[in-house]
Design a binder for this molecule. Structure first.
Ligand code: NAD
Length: 488
């Protein structure tokens, strides 16, 4: 294992050192409900210390040429790759996933890291013409300063890479607050980066409960930019706090993503992608498909096949399993009560809707893959992100109805259509009111070099990762140079 890393006892990591706290809680395995580690909760003193350390370290980090910063980040990616199995095991343990899924996430994190390490060779501004003789104009990118990064639990390793690598390549110092449900991998990854050459103090991790330490970090006067991935509820709260001090904020929030099945769709493919969209990673993706909008002519056939597929899925954390548990008991109970309310309000449960029982999985936070026939697009089930293996299915008569219904949502993150008609497909990509539009595949599947983000309640207009993330973590400066040819 990495220097001083202790998977049983997770503490904040400040200036290259683990820092204990008196207040602690247990980290529980989503698969078994058993304790896997102790989590130390940072207090206001530790938060202030981490930010002070970051402030000091940032100046020197920003002085290192971006190309050299990139070399350090490349070395970090190589180190993570060489010890990938350690990271994958931690992710599998803390997030309740198969080792195979966790390995995929480790690979995704490395890909993202390498993309941003390479940006050290490109971190360019623009040269521009001016209206004045003997004047040159250009823009350059400068670091924001201290980046407060708050991440979600669903895919912990890519979530770390998605924020930390772009923030660092741009010359910022980082104070990262990972989810309290998945603190182990963030601790490990931060140590890996420091071991690879990122100066201690440039990358600090504050561990603890979001509602306790999150506001302390976001409100600190020395934090220059906040990047948050998580629920829309917390995102709103952060935006309000940041607004008071006019901090720069990037919000990557929830989704209630539409999956349209047209009457000309390849149904076998549609069912395959519908199942992955709704149930892979136990539906814990901001880009999960959760509203299935199906045209009348193929409705019964599609729904029968989709329900049969959902019932056939294997649950657990073995490599051949289709889905694992949800992240914690609170989320599971919230899902169960939302299903209950939907059914009591007239929606029809087609499959699932219950917690898995039995000796093997009964102690974990497993929800049977759930499909519900819904008719009210304004119901709580239709408009609330549940972040679990739950899909609501709607029947529509026409293509037009499908598009209108897909856009009837407070969210606007992703959407997909299944059709063999080019005009329907292309028109969909223009009319769907989301940040991501997909034809004939799942609602998820973003790549590290592509800008990801949503509209309306899914975000605040920023895009990460991709080169667009550089806009989040840098400030542009205009530079004007005036020459005097008369002095030649
Ligand atoms: P969450 O909002 O409960 O928590 C996210 C993070 O915020 C955690 O680190 C948590 O500790 C912290 N936090 C909690 N309260 C806080 C507060 N008051 N101030 C500051 N920080 C606080 O979300 P979650 O359950 O961990 O993750 C699921 C959510 O994340 C879903 O809504 C999902 O759609 C979203 N998500 C979005 C994207 C995207 O790119 N759009 C990607 C992944 C997940």
């Amino acid at each position: 294992m990495l220097n001083d890393f202790n998977a049983d006892d997770v503490r904040s990591y400040i200036n290259g050192k683990a820092r204990s706290s008196n207040s602690q809680s247990d980290v529980l395995s989503p698969h078994s409900g058993e304790k896997i580690a102790i989590l130390h909760h940072a207090d206001s003193k530790l938060v202030a210390e981490a930010i002070a350390v970051a402030k000091k370290a940032q100046l020197e980090w920003a002085e290192i040429p971006a190309v050299k910063r990139g070399e350090i980040l490349h070395a970090a990616c190589n180190l993570i790759e060489a010890r990938a199995e350690e990271l994958s095991s931690l992710v599998a343990l803390e997030a309740g996933k198969s080792l195979q899924s966790a390995r995929g996430e480790t690979t995704g994190a490395i890909l993202c890291g390498r993309f941003f390490a390479g940006e050290g060779q490109r971190l360019f501004g623009r040269t521009m013409p001016t209206g004045t003789l003997n004047k040159s104009a250009m823009t350059v990118r400068q670091p924001c300063g201290i980046a407060a990064l708050i991440s979600a639990a669903n895919t912990p390793a890519p979530n770390f890479a998605w924020k930390v690598f772009p923030a660092l390549i741009c010359g910022n110092a980082v104070v990262l607050k990972p989810s309290e449900d998945t603190p182990l991998s963030a601790d490990w990854m931060a140590r890996a980066l420091v071991e690879a050459g990122v100066p201690a103090g440039v990358l600090n991790v504050i561990q603890g409960l979001g509602h306790e330490v999150g506001p302390l970090i976001c409100e600190h006067e020395d934090v220059d930019v906040i990047s948050f991935t998580g629920s829309t509820r917390v995102g709103r709260e952060i935006a309000e706090r940041a607004g008071k001090s006019l901090k720069k904020v990037s919000l990557e929030l929830g989704g209630k993503n539409a999956f349209i099945v047209c009457d000309d769709a390849d149904l076998e493919k549609a069912v395959h992608w519908a199942s992955l969209s709704a149930f892979s990673n136990a539906g814990q993706r901001c880009a999960s498909g959760s509203r299935f909008i199906v045209m009348d002519e193929v409705y019964d056939k599609f729904v029968n096949q989709f329900v049969a597929k959902a019932k056939s899925l294997k649950m657990g954390i073995e490599d051949d399993c289709d889905l694992g548990p949800v992240i914690n008991i609170r989320q599971l109970n919230n899902m169960l009560s939302s299903i209950d309310i939907a059914v009591k309000s007239g929606a029809k449960l087609l499959c699932g809707g219950t917690r898995v029982d039995g000796v093997d999985l009964g102690k974990g936070y497993y929800l049977n893959p759930t499909l519900i026939e819904e008719t009210d697009p304004n119901s709580s089930l239709s408009t609330t992100e549940l972040f679990g293996p739950i899909g609501a299915i709607f029947r529509v008569n026409t293509y037009e109805e499908a598009i209108v219904l897909a856009n009837t949502s407070p969210y606007g993150l992703t959407g997909t259509i299944h059709t063999t008609n080019w005009d329907r497909a292309w028109t969909f990509t223009k009319r769907i009111n989301t940040g991501v539009a997909v034809v004939n595949a799942g609602t998820f599947g973003s790549e590290p070099h592509m800008p990801f983000g949503g509209v309306r309640s899914s975000g605040n207009g920023t895009r990460e990762p991709g080169t667009e993330a550089l806009d989040v973590y840098t400030e542009l400066k205009d530079i004007y140079l005036i020459t005097e040819p008369g002095r030649l």
